[in-house]
Design a protein around this ligand. Structure first.
Ligand code: PLP
Length: 374
């Protein structure tokens, strides 16, 4: 049997990882400024994480949501505390797309309406509603096409107001910092405007925090910078440090009923142990403050480098917008300097490292980048 060939991959086989480094099967060391696509939040193979997962696996790895799983409540309490939303409710699932799918559905169950407002360059996942709310026709199959989603220009308050007048809006879904779209930070005033309009029109504010959440921006949710509360926060990537888990954090105004949402794997013992280990390390090692500190350092240094068109982002979610003629920089960082980075079109290098990134690692990256910018 062959693999279904959907990923353009690097010819590298990683077989060891620790902290912000990974090693290939030939023993070559790499610096991971990509965090396996924003997934590695506390660092690879963190000892506390490995121990918690191993201990859990030796007890029970999985049982379904038909029995009590106290780890779920433990996780809900910890997440409520660390995210500063102790009165919210937790629904556990397995991925970012699933989190957004459930959030969009829940909003519609709640207010009985259908129209979803999403934004240009948004990415919300590949399941049917999530992909319909993603601004990339190439990944929307004919069966996913729907009139229920309206795309508005990014940061256009006039268009937003007009859409609320024109449609019965069920929800507005927005990344606090667009990831796939090229690291575009939503302004405080735009997020505040969405909050006001959602309140006025009984619509749900869905904060897609799958990539920009979980402390990456220097706050738990990047939407927190605007001083607003969303109705539903969606999360995944950093939540399990590589163990597949996603979730939605739901405002107390939403009422649950049996069968409304559900999943086989979501919230299983092992996934909860992974998510708890991540939050414990985030707290103990003050990784959100570290993301802010090292992120600010990187952003300031990057802003002083030549040839870069623009540096965007917050904390350890950084976009380096390069001119066309420097389209080889990302490739060279990997081939010559052994540094993994992410990318976004047309020519943006995306930095999404572990929140535990050290200043030494940041300097290693900066020194390599400087050599490529001459
Ligand atoms: C903002 C955002 N939302 C949703 C998703 C989908 O997450 P997943 O790939 O876990 O389904 C992604 C993935 O890149 C994302 O960046």
């Amino acid at each position: 049997m062959k693999l279904f060939d959907v990923y353009p991959i690097n010819d590298i086989n990683i077989d060891k990882a620790f902290g912000s480094n990974v090693w290939d099967d030939k023993g070559q060391q790499y610096l991971d400024m990509y965090g396996g696509h924003a997934v590695i939040s506390i660092g690879h193979t963190h000892p506390h994480y490995v121990k918690r997962l191993t201990d859990q696996l030796n007890k029970v790895g999985f049982y379904s949501n038909s029995v009590k799983i106290p780890l779920q409540q433990e996780l809900a309490e910890k997440l409520g505390k660390v995210s500063g939303k102790a009165d919210y409710q937790l629904f556990l699932c397995n991925s970012g797309a699933e989190a957004n799918e459930n959030a969009l559905k829940l909003a519609s169950f709640h207010n009985g309406k259908k129209k979803i407002i999403a934004f240009k360059k948004a990415f919300h996942g590949r399941t049917s509603l999530a992909v319909a709310a993603t601004d990339n026709p190439k990944i929307v199959a004919p069966v996913n096409e729907t009139d229920n989603v309206v795309f508005l220009p990014w940061e256009d308050q006039v268009a937003l107001e007009a859409a609320f007048k024109q449609y019965e809006v069920s929800s507005v879904i927005i990344e606090g910092i667009q990831g796939v779209g090229g690291i575009n930070v939503a302004s405080d005033s735009f997020l505040q405007k969405i909050r006001t309009l959602c309140d006025e029109h009984n619509a749900a504010f869905i904060a897609d925090s799958v990539q920009c959440g979980y402390g990456r921006s220097g706050k738990f949710y990047s939407h927190d910078f605007a001083g607003i509360n969303a109705d539903i926060y969606t999360m995944a990537k950093g939540m399990g440090n590589g163990f597949p888990i996603g979730a939605i954090s739901i405002s107390p105004k939403f009422q649950a009923s049996y069968g409304m949402l559900g999943t086989t794997f979501g919230g299983n013992h092992l996934a909860c142990a992974a998510a708890l280990a991540v939050l414990e390390v985030i707290e103990q090692e003050q990784l959100i403050a570290n993301a802010e500190k090292i992120g600010n350092y990187l952003i300031n240094e990057l802003k002083g480098l030549p040839k870069i068109k623009e540096v965007r982002g917050r904390g350890l979610m950084i976009g380096i917008d390069l001119p066309e003629e420097l389209s080889n920089v990302k490739k060279n960082l990997l081939a010559k300097h052994k540094i993994f980075t992410g990318e976004a079109k047309p020519n943006v290098i995306r930095l999404l490292p572990s929140l535990a990134l050290t200043q030494e690692h940041a300097d290693q990256f900066l020194s390599a980048l400087k050599q490529e910018l001459v």
